[in-house]
Design a binder for this molecule. Structure first.
Ligand SMILES: Cc1cc2nc3c(=O)[nH]c(=O)nc-3n(C[C@H](O)[C@H](O)[C@H](O)COP(=O)(O)OP(=O)(O)OC[C@H]3O[C@@H](n4cnc5c(N)ncnc54)[C@H](O)[C@@H]3O)c2cc1C
Ligand SMILES: NC(=O)C1=CN([C@@H]2O[C@H](COP(=O)(O)OP(=O)(O)OC[C@H]3O[C@@H](n4cnc5c(N)ncnc54)[C@H](OP(=O)(O)O)[C@@H]3O)[C@@H](O)[C@H]2O)C=CC1
Ligand SMILES: Nc1ccccc1C(=O)C[C@H](N)C(=O)O
Length: 462
């Protein structure tokens, strides 16, 4: 066992709360400081993103601490995309193979499960309504403000983890250190959450086990199911321009626009105009930074180090995977050189964080635009067939990201190679049956077998 450390985690969101369980299991004493009040006893306004898509990388981290089964009970499998066109016609695209799904979970519910798990553990203490204001990275002193009383206190842990989200204060302190790289990029789009409530019978008004998309070219609405029969809808919409948040000023503007572009959804959204004008518009930002640690005393993790736009449904999953990877590294850690450990961790994770950030932006274009196209859906079916025929040489990009633990960077590189091959294949395809044409089969044989364009993943030593 390594020496017992006093560890402080800034932020008791999804990543901070899960991380505390992993660190306490190794015998450390963990204190979490969260600027918000305890969500188990307080209704919090302003917290957005009511539900989240949980997939394999996230499940793996929950399983690693024995919490998977509890979360599965309240997770709704979403097996496919259901696309709604402007006439209300539906098309479908499965996410993966038979039995594969992404899972809709409540953000607050998941956070509570994680918090409750730490309750009987004397080595984990939550401090709510404590906002990190300033960090002295050299001394590891953190200034905290009691949000309720305004009092300031200073703590000095042995190790400090910054799990304080996309607008991290711990990262803010690192930004002032020498040779720290930082970049942020806001999309010209914002998001607003709306609701499709449960039917009078308490059931789901549209297909329950699906993620619904209303793709409209340069904007879209999506809906994820909740256990109470409702759906949380999110409108991703430009801030400015012809169709934009700026241009919807009145209830009439709203209803005439929604009736025109989302006609099948409007009758299912009785509170549309109240919610639209009351709910905030959230911004969409990618944050890339490096390094993530300082002198072996502090480390950024989750969104604090790599915030990604939500379109792949991978932000939390990537943050949870950070914990899995860190925990694996702790298995062979001598307990001495935390600086070397943190350096190894950040070098391993950085290329993957960058890859999922870029993939997430790409998936926005796919969701808001491409999925409405019959040729795109045909192409996905063909890809499914290739994957069935060459299971060890071709895992579709979406599946690599969502249903495996292959590094995101490998998924991205391989996806680009697949794209090249698909362009060639699709020149010969008009219908699914064309897949069996000799020229298609020969092309695949040449690319995949003879040229070995897509080699299976081999781990590189970092
Ligand atoms: C609209 C939307 C939809 C999303 N959908 C998905 C999805 O489907 N799947 C998915 O995997 N990811 C999704 N994400 C991303 C996901 O929400 C984040 O990646 C995830 O919440 C990151 O967890 P975290 O613990 O690092 O940060 P957070 O969850 O933000 O937690 C940070 C915590 O730190 C606290 N905090 C902040 N500043 C301070 C401070 N100064 N002092 C003390 N505490 C502080 C905050 O109150 C918060 O509780 C989505 C994001 C958005 C915006
Ligand atoms: N990648 C992305 O596009 C986004 C990711 N997220 C992530 O989703 C998770 C949960 O989000 P949620 O609970 O809705 O968080 P919020 O959007 O409610 O943000 C939490 C706090 O962050 C600060 N904040 C929000 N937007 C900005 C901004 N543009 N610039 C500076 N500070 C800002 C605000 O602090 P204050 O009140 O002090 O101003 C806010 O109260 C978090 O992980 C966050 O990291 C959230 C939004 C976008
Ligand atoms: N959770 C989300 C939140 C916002 C936007 C998209 C998602 C998705 O999960 C999209 C899904 N991965 C898809 O590709 O269809």
């Amino acid at each position: 066992m390594t020496e017992k450390k006093n560890i402080a985690i800034m932020g008791a969101g999804l990543v901070g709360s899960l991380l505390s369980l992993y660190l306490a299991r190794r015998g450390h004493k963990v204190d979490l400081y969260e600027r918000r009040p305890d969500l188990r006893t307080t209704i919090i306004d302003g917290g957005r993103s009511i539900n989240l898509a949980l997939s394999d990388r996230g499940w793996r981290a929950l399983k690693g601490i024995g919490i998977e089964e509890e979360v599965r009970k309240v997770a709704i499998p979403m097996r496919r995309r259901v696309m709604h066109d402007e006439q209300g016609n539906l098309t479908y695209q499965p996410y993966g193979k038979e039995g594969q799904a992404i899972y809709s979970v409540s953000r607050g519910g998941l956070n509570m499960v994680l918090m409750n798990r730490s309750e009987p553990n004397p080595d984990i203490t939550y401090h709510f309504s404590r906002q990190a204001m300033d960090v002295n990275l050299r001394t590891n002193e953190v200034q905290l403000r009691n949000v309720e009383t305004g009092e300031i206190e200073t703590i000095q842990p042995d190790l400090l983890f910054g799990a304080d989200g996309a607008f991290s204060v711990v990262r803010g302190a690192m930004q002032k250190t020498e040779r720290f790289n930082y970049e942020q990029h806001y999309l010209e789009y914002g998001y607003k959450e709306l609701t499709i409530p449960a039917t009078a019978e308490g059931s789901w008004a549209i297909e329950k086990n699906a993620l619904h998309i209303w793709p409209r070219g340069n904007y879209m609405m999506i809906a994820l199911p909740n256990v109470d029969g409702s759906f949380t809808c999110t409108l991703f919409f430009p801030y400015e321009g012809e169709h934009s948040f700026a241009n919807i000023k009145t209830k009439d503007d709203l209803l005439s626009f929604f009736n025109e572009v989302f006609p099948d959804a409007v009758p299912l959204m009785p509170e549309l105009s109240t919610e639209y004008f009351e709910n905030p518009v959230g911004s969409l930002v990618t944050v890339k930074s490096f390094p993530w640690s300082y002198e072996g005393k502090s480390l950024l993790i989750g969104d604090a180090s790599h915030a990604v736009v939500p379109f792949y449904g991978q932000g939390m999953n990537a943050g949870f995977e950070d914990i899995t990877v860190l925990d694996q590294m702790l298995d062979s850690f001598d307990g001495e050189d935390w600086e070397a450990l943190f350096n190894k961790f950040e070098r391993r994770r950085k290329p993957n964080a960058d890859a999922i950030a870029d993939l997430a932006v790409m998936n926005f274009i796919e969701m808001r635009d491409k999925v409405a196209n019959a040729r795109f859906l045909l192409r996905k079916k063909i890809e499914g067939k290739i994957s069935e025929q060459y299971p060890d040489r071709w895992i579709p990009l979406y599946s690599m990201v969502t249903f495996t633990d292959l590094p995101y960077s490998y998924a991205m590189e391989t996806g680009l190679k697949q794209e090249e091959i698909m362009k060639k294949v699709m020149k010969h395809i008009k219908t699914v049956e064309d897949y069996d044409k000799p020229e298609v089969q020969q092309l695949l044989e040449k690319q995949l077998v003879q040229k070995e364009k897509l080699k299976p993943y081999k781990a590189k030593e970092v």
